[in-house]
Ligand binder design. Structure first.
Ligand code: PPS
Length: 577
């Protein structure tokens, strides 16, 4: 490692991976140890512990470090550290551990990644932790929600010996450890490096901001996006990385580099900004760009922001001298139309027209297939976003019919199937009640429990079809409201979900009795028959209500198509014929 690079936090770059004999010894001994399959958050933390991204930490925090960090942002030895890095486990495991035991840490497939020499097992006051670290115990803050509701009751602290880093198969050449990045910087002669932390796609404002920052401090630029855990609802990292790669050629040759950071963000605002600076220092960076609301979780439900827009800048400013990482503060960049360029908002002369597009507006434009202007984002980035967020008429969707036996669900579903096949363009799957019960749920009966399992199975298959851009038409009875709602929640994030209540009255269904089932149900030959001896909960949240005693199956199918057209899920040609 070059002497000219910034020293890691604490002076030495930690490397917890053990080799040769010791590795064999640990693997051998692990047979007798209790073992823990790491959660996604813990896997991210372990990776940065093992590769020195979290130097000087040598394991998950012990109680004294944890308490000191929560209270005063310092480890017990006084070193600056803003956020607890702890291993949470359930009581059942905690009870088997004590100081001196060893715990095998495994990935979700059971591969042993590291051995933890237990020093401490304790039950933390997680509410106090949330208040100290995040400044609030409001679970609308995602970091607080994880601390209070998403983590186990006990913490285990101790040093770690690593057998291997967690395995990633995606973007391997961009996943650089602190040592690897430092080697590259040394080879390139990059002594001054300004890091840009991000969890979002980068648009022109971000490019302008990073270019300006690099020029201002005369440093090379490391675009260092987080690909571990970010804020729920963020653009997935596969898409983001393709966007960053598309943007990279827009920087002057040899001045910018892209590497991925497998950090689990806490959305901890000011304290997290300090963590980001430490982690970047360990990766060989001398500067960190901190913009507006850095690592912020936004606002609570009453619209009050959890942190002030420049709180993170202020906290990092207090500590930058001690850390040796210089903060490069940035105000929000806005587009000045008359000058066709970006400017920090506080430099825009009064009365000058500025333009901006919010995240919500961008999502809407992508969903509607509307143009994303070149002043906002480069065409190559917009194309990448479009590939993942196609316009609604290219997205998948589920049409979910619910209603009594004999209400006409299957008939309408079959007409709809044919209409969609006629139009073509998207694969269509019909998950009819009877078909599903034959192929997916043959062992199930008609108890509430079994019906719910049946609907969840249908929902899972429909969500996979929808996610992959297909059309799923489902036509079970689905008599229970809560499981129908579960499906809407599961499917809506990956495409469209339309609940159609086929509300043909029971008398009409019974009179039709096409399968003779109602007669058998009345005679008590078939038990738990919906509408006769079993409940049907009418949906109050149906997107469409259709009564087949008042219209033909073709008319009913047409109503569904018109509804989908209004929502943007089918284009103009879907209606033709
Ligand atoms: S559920 O409640 O959604 O799981 O039911 P589903 O999978 O749609 O299955 C309903 C079909 O099974 C036949 N059948 C019964 N339906 C209701 N209650 C009882 N006890 C029952 N026993 C058998 C019936 O033919 C249903 O088909 P459809 O097409 O709805 O008439």
């Amino acid at each position: 490692m070059s002497d000219h690079l910034i020293a890691p936090h604490g002076g030495t770059l930690v490397d917890l991976i053990v080799q040769g004999e010791r590795a064999l010894e640990l693997a051998d001994a692990s047979r007798d140890w209790p073992s823990w399959d790491l959660t996604p958050r813990q896997l991210c933390d372990l990776e940065l512990l093992l590769n020195g991204g979290f130097s000087p930490l040598r394991g998950f925090m012990t109680r004294s470090d944890y308490e000191s960090v929560c209270q005063s942002m310092r480890l017990a030895d006084g070193a600056l550290w803003p956020i607890p890095i702890t291993l949470d486990v359930p009581e059942s495991l905690a009870k088997t551990l004590e100081a001196g035991s060893t715990l095998a840490l495994r990935d979700p497939e059971g591969v042993m990644l590291a051995a933890l020499q237990v020093e401490d097992v304790w039950k933390p006051d997680r509410r106090a932790e949330a208040e100290q670290v995040f400044g609030t115990a409001n679970p609308e803050h995602p970091g607080v929600a994880h601390t209070l509701e998403g983590s186990h009751e006990y913490y285990v602290g101790g040093t770690i010996e690593g057998l291997q880093l967690p395995v990633h198969y995606d973007f391997r050449s961009l996943r650089l450890t602190p040592a690897e990045l430092r080697n590259q910087f040394a080879r390139l002669g990059w002594r001054r490096v300004v890091a840009f932390q991000t969890r979002n796609p980068m648009h022109r404002a971000h490019q302008e901001l990073t270019l300006r920052a690099a020029k201002e401090v005369e440093a090379s630029l490391l675009i260092h996006p987080v690909v571990g855990l970010t804020k729920p609802g963020d653009v997935d990292h596969y898409t983001r990385v393709r966007c960053y790669e598309a943007l990279l050629p827009r920087y002057p040759h040899g001045t910018a580099k892209l590497a991925l950071l497998n950090l689990a963000m806490r959305m901890g605002g000011p304290r997290e900004a300090v963590l980001h600076a430490i982690v970047r220092k360990n990766h060989g960076c001398t500067h960190l760009i901190v913009g507006r609301d850095h690592a912020g979780p936004g606002s609570d439900s009453s619209g009050v922001p959890f942190y002030g827009p420049y709180d993170a800048q202020e906290l990092l400013k207090e500590h930058q001298g001690e850390l040796g990482v210089e903060m490069v503060p940035f105000k929000m960049m806005v587009y000045v139309e008359d000058q066709d360029r970006y400017m920090p908002v506080d430099e825009v002369p009064e009365g000058v027209r500025t333009l901006s597009i919010s995240g919500t507006e961008l999502r809407e434009r992508l969903a509607d297939g509307r143009e994303v202007p070149e002043w906002f984002t480069f065409a190559e980035v917009a194309n990448e976003l479009r590939r993942t967020h196609p316009a609604r008429h290219r997205q998948g969707f589920t049409v979910f019919f619910t209603g009594l036996s004999g209400a006409g669900k299957s008939t309408i579903a079959n007409v709809l199937l044919v209409k969609f096949l006629e139009v073509g363009g998207r694969p269509v799957t019909l998950l009819d009640g009877d078909i599903v019960r034959k192929h997916l749920s043959s062992e199930l009966g008609f108890s509430k429990e079994h019906r719910d399992i049946n609907i969840r199975r249908i929902g899972y298959v429909a969500s996979e079809i929808t996610k992959n851009g297909g059309i799923a038409i489902c036509a079970p009875i689905a008599p229970y409201d809560s499981v129908r709602k579960e499906l809407r929640e599961m499917i809506s994030p990956v495409g469209g979900f339309v609940l159609v209540h086929v509300a043909t009255p029971l008398e009409v269904c019974e009179e039709r009795d096409r399968k003779g089932l109602y007669a058998k149900a009345r005679a008590g030959i078939i038990k738990e028959f919906t509408g006769i001896s079993d409940p049907y909960e009418e949906p109050a949240d149906a997107d469409l209500v259709i009564d087949t005693s008042e219209m033909t199956p073709e008319e009913a199918a047409q109503r569904v198509i018109l509804y989908l057209e209004k929502q943007g899920y089918v284009g103009a040609q879907a209606n033709a014929g």
